[in-house]
Design a protein around this ligand. Structure first.
Ligand code: ADP
Ligand code: MG
Length: 252
């Protein structure tokens, strides 16, 4: 589904320096796979996601989706950023339908899907509320619904739950898994939480500090549906340990 080969990204800073954010990344992601990416801050995770989303140019290498080079944003891709960035003057429902409008699709035809995702995200009854009337977790769920409303085949998420408290985050993870289970999209989710990466993924991609390279790929062979109880299981602990050993200092 997604093929990344020899991908590098070098930023030129204002002072004329060059910063290598990604170095020679190779990765194939299968249709319907749930992949998580972990790595220390500044290792190029957001850069990788932006390149996959077609909103940033790469320096070298190639990225294709279904054989087509990624050069610009695609309708087949939904993106969730760290902050949901909802439009304050629009209701929940009308925020969710924004991509439908921007892509000049039939709003009426997508209303049903929007309502379904509202209910899947536990937001039934909130469709006419405004963003400021929602908690942070609810706003983030609207952002996820918005990324899904036009039924993209691929969902890219950049630390979508990073700003949430631990309990809300647990709930959101389980909800996300439920939505994924229903829709079987290809998901790439970036996180700095090793536990979150293991709980969600079929495979965890472990990145090195900058310049970001893939240092390990850990296949997570825990049964699905995943539950929060699994976090305390022995195999879960082994996965976490296997990933953590790649990070020195505070992570070790
Ligand atoms: P992460 O998401 O893993 O924290 P980023 O992809 O945001 O990392 O950034 C990777 C590296 O690239 C960092 O060192 C960051 O400072 C640098 N960087 C990111 N964006 C830019 C930019 N637009 N110009 C210059 N350097 C950048
Ligand atoms: Mg980032």
């Amino acid at each position: 589904m997604i093929r990344i080969a020899g991908l590098s990204k070098v930023y030129a800073t204002a002072s004329g320096q060059e910063i290598t954010a990604l170095s020679n990344v190779d990765l194939d992601i299968a249709d319907g796979e749930f992949v998580t990416v972990v790595g220390p801050s500044g290792c190029g995770k957001t850069t990788l996601l932006k390149i996959l989303a077609g909103v940033m140019r790469r320096s070298t290498g190639s990225v294709t989706m279904n054989g087509v080079p990624v050069e610009k944003p695609s309708r087949e891709v939904g993106v969730v950023f760290q902050q949901p960035i909802l439009l304050p003057w629009r209701t929940v429902l009308s925020n969710m339908l924004l991509p439908v409008e921007l892509q000049h699709r039939d709003r009426q035809a997508h209303l049903g899907r929007a309502r379904r995702y509202l209910s899947l995200a536990g937001l039934e009854g909130f469709e006419d509320k405004y963003p400021h009337e929602l908690s942070g977790g609810m706003q983030q769920r609207v952002g996820i619904g918005r990324a899904l409303v036009h039924d993209p085949a691929v969902l890219l998420m950049d630390e979508p739950f990073g700003a949430l408290d631990a309990m809300t985050r647990d709930t959101m993870n389980i909800e996300l898994l439920r939505i994924w289970d229903e829709s079987r999209k290809t998901v790439v989710l970036i996180t700095h939480s090793i536990a979150e990466a293991v709980l969600l993924a079929d495979r965890v991609i472990v990145m090195s500090p900058r310049p970001g390279r893939i240092v390990d790929i850990v296949e997570v062979d825990l049964p699905r549906p995943r539950t929060l109880d699994m976090i305390n299981s022995e195999p879960f602990g082994r996965y976490v340990k296997a990933i953590r050993r790649h990070f020195g200092g505070a992570h070790a």
